[in-house]
Design a binder for this molecule. Structure first.
Ligand code: AP5
Ligand code: MG
Length: 213
């Protein structure tokens, strides 16, 4: 089963992908994580991506689509994958339909008023885990691997506002794109904790025939 995880910045795409990866045989592919790894390593892709990410804009389609196409050609995704943060506009969705088959789009719908606090309170680990300060009880290290947690460069109020503007203008139309394709499953998270949101998504995956690990 191949899944697209859709949702505004801070909706919980990464959080849900991490939970789903643990319980289902699905490879988690986050374009944001790929770009951040490239920025850290100082690669040519990282140099291009940084200016766009810092400005809360989308990295150009040709760069992004090539990365995803290449990643999906690898052997490990053959048993199923989850795309987190791709596609992000109609052009990317159309390109994706040319090089991969998507079974389901899980749209995580969260009230706009919750997003700013969620993102600005997020702390991340280089292993991929993400937390919110409200649940860390003062801890500054990752519960999974013990490394020091940090705040993403684009998790400041000014850039978050730009990311939200970009989301509503360019990415939100994909809800209709996948609804028209008969592939949309929307989960309204509201103030429900991650595990409750996960349970709803997991139930839908099982209903569609995906077995747990
Ligand atoms: P990306 O890394 O994808 O960022 P994003 O889409 O802005 O989403 P986030 O990672 O901020 O949020 P999330 O939904 O993963 O939420 P999380 O689970 O962490 O992209 C970054 C940038 O890269 C883009 O702006 C763009 O420039 C570029 N880019 C990436 N893909 C691209 C593409 N396809 N094309 C072009 N450019 C691209 O949760 C957030 C917080 O909330 C955490 O603190 C978490 O603990 C908490 N939380 C999660 N769920 C809940 C819950 N149910 N209740 C309470 N708290 C919760
Ligand atoms: Mg994320």
């Amino acid at each position: 089963m191949n899944i697209v995880l859709l949702g505004a910045p801070g909706a919980g795409k990464g959080t849900q992908a991490s939970l789903l990866e643990e319980s289902f045989h699905l490879v988690h592919i986050s374009t944001g994580d790929i770009f951040r790894a490239n920025i850290k390593e100082g690669t040519p892709i990282g140099k291009i991506a940084k200016s766009y990410i810092d400005a809360g804009k989308l990295v150009p389609d040709e760069v992004t689509c090539d990365i995803v196409k290449d990643r999906l050609s690898k052997e490990d995704v053959k048993g199923g994958f989850m795309l987190d943060g791709f596609p992000r506009n109609t052009f990317q969705a159309e390109q994706l339909d040319r090089f991969a088959h998507i079974d389901l789009c899980v749209n995580i719908d969260v009230d706009l008023s919750l997003l700013m606090d969620r993102i600005c309170g997020r702390r991340v680990c280089s292993c991929g885990e993400s937390y919110h300060v409200s649940t860390l009880n003062g801890a500054t290290t990752c519960k999974k691997c013990g490394k020091e947690l940090y705040r993403r460069d684009d998790d400041n109020p000014e850039t978050v506002q730009k990311r939200l503007d970009t989301y509503f203008k360019e990415t939100a139309p994909l809800v209709e794109y996948y609804a028209n394709a008969g592939k949309l499953f929307t989960v309204t998270s509201g103030k429900q904790p991650p595990k409750a949101v996960y349970d709803k998504i997991a139930k839908e995956l099982v209903r569609r025939g995906r077995s747990k690990k």
